[in-house]
Design a protein around this ligand. Structure first.
Ligand SMILES: [Zn+2]
Length: 316
């Protein structure tokens, strides 16, 4: 009798656990399904669930902890450029496989698969547009396309955009995110560093403004060229910015590196970058910097600018 009661008690306890596990699973399944459907987004930093629509309204910055989630090039252009002013450039430029490169699979297959999967031809979008009514040339790298790696197409598109900006006397903005030069194009990738830098130098000689915006992560050949050549260099909070990866450096030096090594905050402290701007303030900050550094050459501004130069001459 006692045994019976005991076993009944045990059974109901087991049932209770089973039920609990089952309902827990359902909740978890539902949660995961909703995350997969894109309705909800789980912050990789603080774990808080946010309604994707709210997160998007906050430019993909976690409202709880301020974590800057990665955004693709289309979303970035939407965030920065005034509605209906974006004019894309060189959309037809297509990567080729001059070295017939092959790692685990041929480079040409890898390109085709990536293009089909994410609907981009290569890892950068370039164009002309306006930021709060000010004309700019903007390049936006896309990390989804082979880690934002820089091959011939990325180099050529950025160079053509900078040349166009020099001709039109527009400021240049480049939103950087990259794993570095694209190894599948070997030397041709490395040449892009010099090509873009040369175009930027001609832009600089015309006394025009260039602002790179370093987002997470900006590494390798991109850091070693145009990401660090800005008149004013801006980074997003907590972005990883560096040349070689942490592990490689630690193994070479046989030394443990500090926790905040290669973070935007550490780079600011050591004078490598000029400011860290949260994404939600980026557009207005850029507009202010452009307005301050490059007065638009319309008559009223021209007069204002000339009056200013004159009065400073008088003051001397
Ligand atoms: Zn968060």
């Amino acid at each position: 009798m006692a045994n019976n009661e005991e076993s009944r008690g045990l059974k109901s306890l087991l049932d209770w656990f089973a039920n609990r596990r089952k309902s827990g699973n359902i909740n978890l399944e539902r949660q995961e399904r909703e995350i997969a459907d894109g309705l909800w987004h789980k912050c990789p930093k603080c774990g808080v669930l946010t309604y994707t629509k709210d997160l998007r309204a906050n430019q993909m910055v976690c409202t709880e902890c301020g974590h800057h989630n990665r955004v693709d090039s289309d979303e970035r252009i939407r965030q920065l450029i005034d509605h209906n002013t974006w004019r894309p450039m060189d959309e037809h430029l297509h990567p080729t496989d001059p070295l017939q490169f092959r790692d685990r699979k041929p480079y040409s297959d890898r390109l085709r698969e990536t293009q089909e999967k994410i609907g981009l031809i290569d890892a950068v979008k370039t164009g002309l547009g306006q930021i709060n009514g000010l004309p700019v040339a903007l390049g936006v790298m896309d990390f989804r396309f082979m880690g934002g790696s820089m091959g011939s197409v990325v180099g050529e598109k950025l160079t053509r955009m900078i040349e166009q900006a020099t001709q039109r006397r527009y400021p240049v903005l480049i939103v950087c995110t990259s794993g570095g030069a694209r190894m599948q194009e070997g030397m041709l990738s490395l040449m892009q560093m010099a090509k873009i830098s040369a175009a930027l130098e001609r832009h600089r000689q015309e006394r025009l403004l260039y602002i790179p915006i370093l987002t997470n992560p900006t590494t390798g050949g991109v850091t070693a060229s145009f990401a660090m050549l800005g008149d004013i260099i801006i980074a997003e909070p907590k972005a990883t910015i560096g040349f070689a990866g942490r592990r490689v450096i630690e193994q070479t030096l046989r030394e443990k590196l500090p926790e905040d090594f290669q973070s935007a905050e550490d780079l600011l402290k050591h004078g490598f970058i000029d400011d860290i701007v949260p994404r939600t303030q980026l557009k207005n900050t850029l507009a202010q910097l452009i307005a301050l550094h490059q007065p638009v050459l319309t008559t009223p501004h021209m007069v204002l600018w000339e009056t200013m130069s004159l009065s400073s001459t008088v003051a001397e």
